[in-house]
Design a protein around this ligand. Sequence first.
Ligand code: SAM
Length: 254
Amino acid sequence: MWEDSREALSPLSLGDRERILDAGAGTGELARVLDAESPGAVVCLDADPELLGVARADTGLEAVVGDATRPPFVDRSFDLVVCQALLVNLPDPAAAVRAFSDLSTDLVAVIEPDNGDVGVDSTVEREVELEKRVRAAYIEGVETDVSMGDRLVSLFRESGLSDVRTRRYYHRKVIEPPYGEGSLSDAARKASGGALSQHERELRGTLSGDEYDALRSEWREMGRDVIEAMREGTYRRAEVVPFDVVVGRVTDAV
Ligand SMILES: C[S@@+](CC[C@H](N)C(=O)[O-])C[C@H]1O[C@@H](n2cnc3c(N)ncnc32)[C@H](O)[C@@H]1O
């Protein structure tokens, strides 16, 4: 996503950083960009050792297993603490922002998608309607706030961060011929129902058993239509994911 949106990272002053923590780094997608853009040392933190193993192997960066709401570092260990798509996964995102403000001597930044405001267009018409239904049911069933938007700014202010700046960006993903391997395997996961099963728990939280089964069968049929359209070379899908970049400054650092 950062290939065409690096300008969104300018408020993080990456050129001036000495030590950066990427909290909830996963496989290191953001850490890789931070490392390329900053002369500072980048450290990855994640609760999942397997994902971190990938980050360590792919980036060569220091990778530490731990909970972002109780990070295993002494206060003021970094001059930037940043996360991408972490808060939307946490039951208590405020605890993470408070922890980040304790850890940083200067900046705290979060980059979070607004999953409630995603736009999809597709040449397979029923894909648009089905994705809308699945997204609505998922958002109702999921236990965390996956559409934080303006609430991010409140979290920053409540944590005592100052100079809070926020800006919304839009990440556009397009699938069109010639189809890459990722697009082909996404289509296969639609047709097998795998893409839906990934969110089965949340969907079953709001749908009855029969509703879920009916949705799954419609979804798989749609997946088969997508594969067919790909074979014919007529499939095109565009998705726009809004994401907010929020940056604040630590005021009470010693
Ligand atoms: C959607 S992924 C984002 C990964 C990465 N930041 C990226 O943008 O590609 C969310 C990540 O947060 C991690 N995570 C979830 N809860 C966590 C916690 N309490 N402490 C640390 N990491 C956590 C997950 O293991 C996962 O790697």
